[in-house]
Write a protein that binds this ligand. Sequence first.
Ligand code: GLU
Length: 290
Amino acid sequence: MSLRGRLAPTPTGFLHVGHARTFAVAATRAGNAGLILRIEDLDQPRCREEFCAAAIDDLRWLGLDWTEGPEVGGPHAPYRQCERTAWYLDVWRRLEAAGAIYPSPHSRRDVDEAATAPHEPRPSETGADTDAEPLFPPSLRPALWDRAATPGAVAWRFRVPDGRTIEFDDGLAGRVRRTAGVDFGDFVVWRRDDLPAYELAVVADDHAMEIAEVVRGEDLLTSTARQLLLYEALAWTAPRFCHVTLVRDAEGRRLAKRTGGLAIRELRERGFSPADVLSAALEQLAVPQP
Ligand code: GLU
């Protein structure tokens, strides 16, 4: 079986071996069902055109090809989130009309100060979920707020159902459970700088692009629980999920944008072939068929 999938790089740095691993798994599982390239470039100016062009070039060099693009630009143009704000606004409106979200003027500092206990690392099945967002204290939820036609100058948060456990069967990580109000709190869907937040944009796009299976790094397992709540509030069917273990360096640290020699660019320059890079990326990883 093949499931329509996507590659969703954020162009804030060069792609590294960890990206090659996730994207190779995504391409294998998508098979001939279709694979979309979506550049997640909402966070301007951290996203740079130079990294976007490099990501496309590295993907081509690895032989990971995508099958579809937006109407403008043809099948091999990537979708770009920075061009899709009208759609994200539409999704924000649906969430607002459903009463699922509320305006939240509190800064990160307010949130830290209102938290009763210092934030402790939360348990996770795999130990690799690096989600470290502080829990938003329910005491900062507003009792009443003005309805709004647009999100405007304050952040908007999704109100999570405290105490409810969200469970899903992951294609690689197995059965995953996260409890709202314990593992994560009310999360931002629209930022105070008037940009859609990651959780909203990714759900809006995976739904609109008819993605059947989302393949990504296991650092996003808790985000998946948040996103399942968004699918439910929007009355949309959620895709399947497959979270890939992270590639770590010799000291066991996860690879970041500064990759210390493991950027695909650098490996290319050092003379490695695409097959060398892919086999190093997939080492110790069994890739099941969906
Ligand atoms: N753009 C995200 C990243 O580069 C991936 C998000 C996702 O796959 O949902 O880490």
